[in-house]
Design a protein around this ligand. Structure first.
Ligand code: MG
Length: 373
């Protein structure tokens, strides 16, 4: 079977109102545009993928992704989509730097197509299922409603939360203390600063949490400082027993190698959408395992298509401490008409259908029209 064409569709995604008014350091727009990638073949199989964007983390926009895919498509058309490694090599050769979202969307669509051709789910292509389901974290609603929303989510079975920080020390300390007062010790709270604090500010703040009446064993400190300041992260790590998770500065295999070499993280957050695809993310998972470093398999501004790919990879991984596949639940619309990842009792599941196991897409209502180049 050969690839005959690659279709890109920009899709507007909008967070539900209660998730729009975040007072967060990381600049996230209430709405943004992702790109659905469809790899067509002469056998009638269509592989689907999603290029998810986070301009505030890796700088690409949907329109840059569409241009990159147009540039890369001639190197895939006419080729066998089952040759995922060889086609990833072609993408890297023609675009060695950047275009992370474009490569992730293409790689995801190759896996979906290959799974459909072979009649196996994507997790099977990744070495097979290790977990039937996996705990997922979720972000609660805006700051004013954080604690009541967390209570509702805990009643639904969620046992891991991610809370964005604002960068304002007093505000962040008060918020984290109020959450820690409320959640039981077996519920994990990662506080994601998205590079918003300095090293000294971080040392002051973690000192406050360490001196709580009861040491917060369920707290994870995510990316407090500049993503590339590994010496700073290692210094913070040595100064506190609260685990440090690094995230925003891990975009390439070299980035991860530097983090591991510097012993700068207790946990690394690995994201298909931010490292250029399933295959590269799998490689990075193996690197973390080889370095005895804990990891999560996570998401970034994703709809259900990319969230499903994350779930397949997480369920085929040895030791993820949890995964992140709930972003699509925070959006106003779902383009997936059936199948794909689902969350039950706070854990992620996928079906056993071929490829990503997504039955169909409805792109008619959410096709992005503004800002077209
Ligand atoms: Mg993060």
């Amino acid at each position: 079977m050969r690839i005959t064409d690659i279709i890109t569709t920009p899709v507007e995604i909008r967070y539900r109102p209660e998730y729009q008014a975040d007072k967060r350091y990381y600049p996230k727009a209430p709405e943004q545009t992702n790109v659905i990638v469809e790899i067509q073949t002469d056998g009638g199989v269509v592989g689907i993928g999603e290029a998810a964007h986070s301009p505030g983390v890796y700088g690409e926009t949907a329109w840059a992704t569409i241009a990159a895919i147009e540039y890369l498509a001639p190197h895939l058309i006419g080729q066998d989509p089952q040759q995922i490694t060889r086609l990833n090599m072609a993408l890297d050769r023609h675009s060695p730097v950047g275009n992370i979202a474009a490569k992730a969307g293409l790689d995801m669509a190759l896996y979906d197509a290959a799974g459909k051709i072979l009649g196996v789910p994507v997790y099977q292509l990744l070495g097979g299922r290790v977990h039937q389901s996996l705990r997922t974290h979720i972000s609660p609603a805006t700051y004013e409603d954080t604690t009541s929303d967390m209570n509702a989510l805990m009643e639904q079975g969620y046992r891991a939360f991610k809370q964005k920080m604002s960068g304002d020390t007093d505000y962040d300390i008060a918020l984290v203390n109020s959450i820690l007062d409320q959640i039981p010790e077996d519920v994990v709270l990662s506080i994601d600063v998205n590079q918003g604090w300095s090293v000294n500010q971080t040392l002051d703040i973690v000192g406050v949490f360490e001196r709580r009446k009861r040491f917060p064993r369920n707290l994870i400190l995510e990316q407090p400082i500049d993503g590339y300041d590994l010496a700073g992260a290692a210094e913070i790590r040595r100064a506190t027993r609260i685990p440090i998770m690094l995230d925003d500065g891990i975009r390439t295999v070299s980035d991860l190698r530097n983090v591991l070499d510097a012993r700068a993280a207790d946990i690394v957050s690995l994201k298909i959408s931010r490292v250029g695809g399933i295959q590269r993310c799998l490689q990075m998972i193996k690197m973390a395992e080889a370095a005895n470093t804990a990891y999560i398999v996570d998401e970034i501004n994703e709809m259900r298509v990319a969230n499903t790919a994350v779930a397949h990879l997480a369920l085929a991984s040895k030791y993820p401490i949890y995964t992140g596949v709930c972003c699509h639940l925070l959006l106003e619309q779902d383009i997936v008409t059936g199948g794909g990842v689902w969350v039950e009792n706070g854990s992620a599941f996928v079906n056993d259908n071929p490829g990503l196991g997504i039955d169909g897409l409805d792109l008619t209502k959410v096709r992005a029209t503004h800002g077209t180049p």
